[in-house]
Design a protein around this ligand. Sequence first.
Ligand SMILES: *Cc1c(COP(=O)(O)O)cnc(C)c1O
Length: 394
Amino acid sequence: MPKTIYLDNAATTMMSREVLDAMMPYLTEKYGNPSSIHSFGAESNAACEDARKKIAKFINAKDNEIYFTSGGSESDNWAIKSVAYMKKDKGKHIITSGIEHHAVMETCEFLARDGFEITSVGVDENGIIKLDELRKAIRPDTILITVMYANNEIGTIQPIREIGEIARSSGIIFHTDAVQAFGHIPIDVEKDNIDLLSASAHKVHGPKGVGLLYIRNTIKLTPLIHGGPHERKRRAGTLNVPGIVGFGKATELARESMKDASKITEKRNYLIDRILKEIPYSRLNGDRDRRLPGNANISFMYIEGESMLMLVDMKGIAASTGSACASGSLDPSHVLLAIGLPHETAHGSLRMTLSEHTTKEELDYTVETLKGVVDRLRSMSPLYEDAMKENKEV
Ligand SMILES: *Cc1c(COP(=O)(O)O)cnc(C)c1O
């Protein structure tokens, strides 16, 4: 295998050539400011509006419900902080889940330090939110429910429609971080009862540094970024024209490639099945079926995920332990702990996320490499040695 095998598509994706081609004019000769009245500006403005239309249609929203941002993190911050400060006279209670992305989790923690009360609803052993617990968590002063659409580490897809219904019937605003879902599984903000939704271009073969917040028209969300009258006075700053155009193109391409999502699912299942069958003491994390097409997250007992990651990297495979944002820290993933894994097992986890470009040959090479790496690490592991001794005695 000559080139690197990229199995870290949940961290970011390769930008499509078609996306670059669509962006190129707006990085070069078409440099007008979309706010300007002259024809240069009008051209840029038209390109942004075209992207907005495509993206809105894709999630069954109206054009004027799409607000462009700098990415998923900004969208999450905007949604949660603005609802909190808008509604603080009604109440200061926010409900979230125990497996959110850091952009949501840290924002909630920030608000908690500012007098808001956060209830984190538990998930089952597969990472599906406990709906009964969610219903019970609702109080008269609850102002927001924020639960992610699909998890970035274990790929679990939440019962978003039901969560939306619960929020709607209690008159509570519902935000979902759909960064991992957008462009990978169908989203319908109407059917799903979603009020606010975050998405990001670079997770769907678009450029980095551009995202969106969907804001239902009935919600007059206050700005996070104050300044000029851009984005209907809700998000100041000259529009990232090339980024927005690229996001539009990436969405258009995702609409097509999603029709072939089952091919990615098949490859992912092939990878999971081979690993579980051929590598002893391995387990799949997350729901087998209610899971993003490209996500495989597996724990290998008696090894350290970080060591595994480095060894497979030396063999040309790019994977991840938990989330990229968490790597570099020695704490095990909060998501893996939330689904009940003991610390040691959580530490030995590897996330491999596929794209439509991933081939079966690459997966075969990956499985063979993993077998070698796992064997090697276990042969050096006192934990493994002890466990084997105990097993023999049984
Ligand atoms: C990547 C990611 C984010 C952050 O998006 P950026 O555009 O990188 O800021 C937020 N939430 C989830 C679930 C993600 O996977």
